[in-house]
Design a protein around this ligand. Structure first.
Ligand SMILES: Cc1ncc(COP(=O)(O)O)c(C=O)c1O
Length: 442
């Protein structure tokens, strides 16, 4: 198709030759003729010739912590040396007065919601594009996730829509720093302060991110992190919840430990909670992993920003929108295609990109959270939703629409970025995007 389009072909050659000279890849991937290169799909050379090497994520530092842990008398978290080290290292990346380790990011979020006093019928405004772990704790507290729409290129909560969704039942805002891209925290925190709301930051995908010069997780009243296997740092599964707020922080520990306040003197249960404790073996690995975080975060930030630089001017493609003053740590990179500017749909674009050797796939989650059957049928507790039956909410998820979020999921292309890649490899991904976009330019 693009072969017959003289204008877009010239435009592509002009744009890509400048890029190739700048990247030091001139002629290497594309040949030296004036003709635009054929897509790899059509038998042309691949824009991304080599794969990055195998990513080594753990080794000697983790082994050292595990051996030290095995010499201990107890593997329990309370007063555990590995848990202590993990908390000490965590505090360096996210300074907070109260920090509790736990079994997952989902657990961290549930503990933050419970410690914030959120209960039956209360509303929590959050993002429809996230892992379901963002809202599980809200629903278990018999509260109501209310979904607000997102900003078109940052994929994070739009403060104006959050404000529209506030009702007398709203208790909290739960921004998700999607892909490790900081939300507009200044606006969200100012809005929350004006309306007397708690802010719980979902930092599961945002290890090492910064909002301006402030570490992620330090603007809201509580911050929740995941140590699940796919995250920047991991212990297989795990989480950390942190708060410097005097109302929320002191309650976190008990909400992860069966309601047991281990510093309490009377031995009585003053709170009802589940067991979300993290054990010493997990803490040992996580503590070692935290020592790797700065290297991982800075590499991902540099490589993701490089990709943006190199595709910024490509017609039909919208790069991941990140504020210059923030540090996005690209859990993955999400670009969008504009079908109105291209003669292909998203699936064709992804297929062509993947054939070029780019680590690309379509979208992220298949539908916004509210579009899942369990939401549409309000089937949360044995097929029922008690708070709806009791009249504590009129929420009908089958009627919820967040137009921008739906459009993001329909037009987004996910590109893997990780610390095992180098600049040349990411430049190759950018070449692939330019090549495919030029081919399909309308
Ligand atoms: C944004 C977000 N929130 C919450 C979670 C839940 O974390 P976990 O899987 O550790 O329970 C995840 C995990 O994928 C996530 O990406």
């Amino acid at each position: 198709m693009g072969e017959s389009n003289g204008f877009s072909r010239r435009r592509f050659v002009a744009a890509s030759s400048g890029l190739l000279v700048a990247s030091g890849l001139s002629g290497a991937a594309f040949g030296r003729s004036d003709e635009p290169p054929r897509l790899a799909l059509q038998g042309g050379p691949k824009a991304v010739p080599a794969s990055p090497g195998k990513l080594v994520r753990w080794g000697e530092p983790e082994r050292e912590q595990l051996s030290a842990m095995l010499a201990q008398d107890s593997l329990f978290y309370w007063k555990g040396p590995r848990t202590g080290l993990l908390i000490e290292r965590f505090r360096e990346c996210c300074p907070a007065r109260h920090i509790m380790t736990c079994s997952s990011g989902t657990a961290a979020l549930h503990m933050a919601v419970a410690a914030s006093g959120i209960g039956p019928g209360d509303e929590v405004i959050t993002s429809p594009i996230s892992d379901i772990g963002t809202v599980i704790g809200i629903i278990y507290q018999q509260a109501v996730p209310v979904f607000a729409d997102l900003v078109a290129d940052t994929y994070n909560l739009d403060p104006a829509d959050v404000e529209r969704k506030i009702t007398p039942k709203t208790k909290a805002i739960l921004p998700v720093h999607l892909c490790g891209n900081p939300c507009d925290m200044e606006s969200l925190r100012a809005l929350a302060d004006r309306r007397g709301l708690i802010v719980i930051e979902d930092c599961a995908q945002a290890w090492g991110a910064r909002y301006g010069d402030r570490p992620i997780g330090t603007i809201g009243h509580a911050a929740c992190f995941s140590l699940q296997n796919s995250k920047h740092i991991t212990c297989g599964d795990g989480g950390i919840v942190a708060s410097s707020d005097d109302r929320v922080g002191p309650k976190l520990q008990a909400f992860g430990d069966k309601g047991m306040d281990r510093l309490g003197k009377d031995g009585l249960f003053h709170a009802f909670a589940t067991n979300y404790r993290m054990s010493e073996p997990q803490a040992a690995v996580a503590a070692a992993q935290l020592a790797r975080l700065e290297g991982i975060a800075s590499a991902r930030s540099r490589l993701g920003n490089l990709l943006t630089e190199r595709i910024r001017d490509v017609p039909g493609v919208v790069p991941h929108g990140v504020r210059a003053e923030d540090r996005c740590v690209y859990w993955f990179y999400l670009l969008r295609v504009r079908p109105d500017r291209l003669r292909c749909d998203r699936a064709e674009f992804v297929k062509a990109l993947a054939a070029e050797g780019a680590p690309a796939s379509a979208g992220y989650i298949p539908v916004p959270l509210y579009g899942n059957p369990v939401f549409r049928q309000h089937a949360f507790f044995a097929g029922r939703w008690p708070i709806k039956e009791l009249g504590l909410t009129t929420m009908d998820y089958a009627q919820v629409r967040c137009a921008e979020a739906e459009s993001i999921l329909a037009t987004g292309i996910r590109i893997t970025i990780h610390e095992g890649m180098d600049e040349a490899y990411v430049a190759g991904i950018a070449d692939a995007v330019r090549k495919v976009a030029a081919h399909f330019a309308s």
